[in-house]
Ligand binder design. Sequence first.
Ligand SMILES: Nc1ncnc2c1ncn2[C@@H]1O[C@H](COP(=O)(O)OP(=O)(O)OP(=O)(O)O)[C@@H](O)[C@H]1O
Length: 512
Amino acid sequence: MDAIKGLLSPLTSASSNAISDTVKLVVIGGTVETARRMTVSAWNGFVDSFFLTAHFSQEDYPYDWLMHWLSKQPAWGRSREFDITTRSLSRHGLTQSTSGDLEDEEEGTDQPLDGRRKRKADFAPDANTTHTIYYRGHWLRITRTRRTIDWGTCSELKISVVARNNDILKKLVLEAKREYEKDAEHRVHIFMADTSYGCWRWNGARHKRPMSSIVLEPGVKDMILADCKDFLCSEDWYAERGIPFRRGYLLHGVPGSGKTSLIHSLAGELGLDIYVVSLSSKGMSDNMLSTLMGNVPSRCILLLEDLDAAFTRGISRDEKSTGTPTGSSSSSSSSSSKSKDSDSDDGSTLSLSGLLNSLDGVAAAEGRLLFATTNHIERLDPALSRPGRMDVWVNFKHATKWQAEGIFKCFFPVKNSEAASSGSDPENAEKLAMSKRKRSTHVVPLLSEEEISELSKRFADAIPENELSVAALQGYLLKNKTRPRECVDEVAAWVISEREMRAKLKKEKEEV
Ligand SMILES: Nc1ncnc2c1ncn2[C@@H]1O[C@H](COP(=O)(O)OP(=O)(O)OP(=O)(O)O)[C@@H](O)[C@H]1O
């Protein structure tokens, strides 16, 4: 018996040792884990009680300001995990590159090279990484996260800082806003209505188009610009009289006469974004339009393009609506039946009363400039174009001789103006002109002011009054952008060929 005990004793002492070791491990592990959890919760408690945290959603402007500001911070650019893209996916795309370009920077990015446009790659720190940036005596902890929403993913910025109050965050947002606006000074942001989700989608930022490049009859541009400026600073005036603070402009006339170009140019001049909605787009309905209108910011240009297309394609005419026309009922009722047929095709159930309610109902944003364009004003319902909805009407016609002369001058640089921009030294002027011409892919001969003036007059003489669109003249000048003299010599022949082509197209259309 003793012999058996002797044999088993090492085993029992070994198993009791193993059990006690296991218990020790469990106790130590549990203690460590509890300590870890306590530390984390203490840290979270510390963060909650001492850190101020602000959240910025991609759907709103402050996110763009901060992304733009961050893109200029070296710490943000030093991230070790990147998203690299050649596509500007959102508004902040304009300046988001953080650590340079894949191409040689000295050659300049986004410039055409041998006819090819160089692609610019943006480096954005990967989502879910936290960066610490020193700002005005405070350490900011910045995290970019992504969350899933109805129509895809949406980024969010979280900024935490140890501070007594939120002054530092206010300063940061203001500084970011100022810098963003300074950089965006030369661009106009375009947003398009997304009728699948009832939201606005950023569609790109375009360089501002100078007003001087739009050639309209004297006084027209100045009148519209002055009217817009006057409206934008008259909020109190409208409020005192109880008039809704909105203004509508109806630009109508022939295609290619500068309606859209003028709106883009005005947006640049007034520093406003453009929100474009096509009423005839698939899925457009009264509710959808009302939602979209409710989400338009107060200071912007709302552009309803090709208003007449909505009447012939998508819009349904509601007999009970206040806008039912009386005089033009025959043409409108035929378009009504046509449109009702098309409703079932493209899912568009927008009614005239729905459109009118969206334009001046409670959801319609105050302080917005509404621009509507149409090539067929006769198809518009009088209720839609009445004052209060469309306050200013501008008729865009075919090009006049005055416009032909103006557009010619816009195309060809004047030697003297180059000299003026480089001071009085003619050598410098020539160098500047040479470098400008080198940068361009084509060589434009520099002519004197007198010669340009004489050529533009001869060009205008050869253009028939009110027959061709400015877009057609621009097309001809584009083809001859390096041959100002030959362009004038050949313009009469071009006019004849244009007439022949249009007659042929008309005949073909009639035959069909
Ligand atoms: N008055 C103008 N001044 C300068 N450029 C013009 C003018 N009219 C047309 N153009 C040029 O013609 C092209 C077409 O112009 P735009 O799109 O503004 O015309 P539109 O009247 O809006 O045409 P549509 O009714 O077909 O939409 C643009 O490239 C623009 O530069």
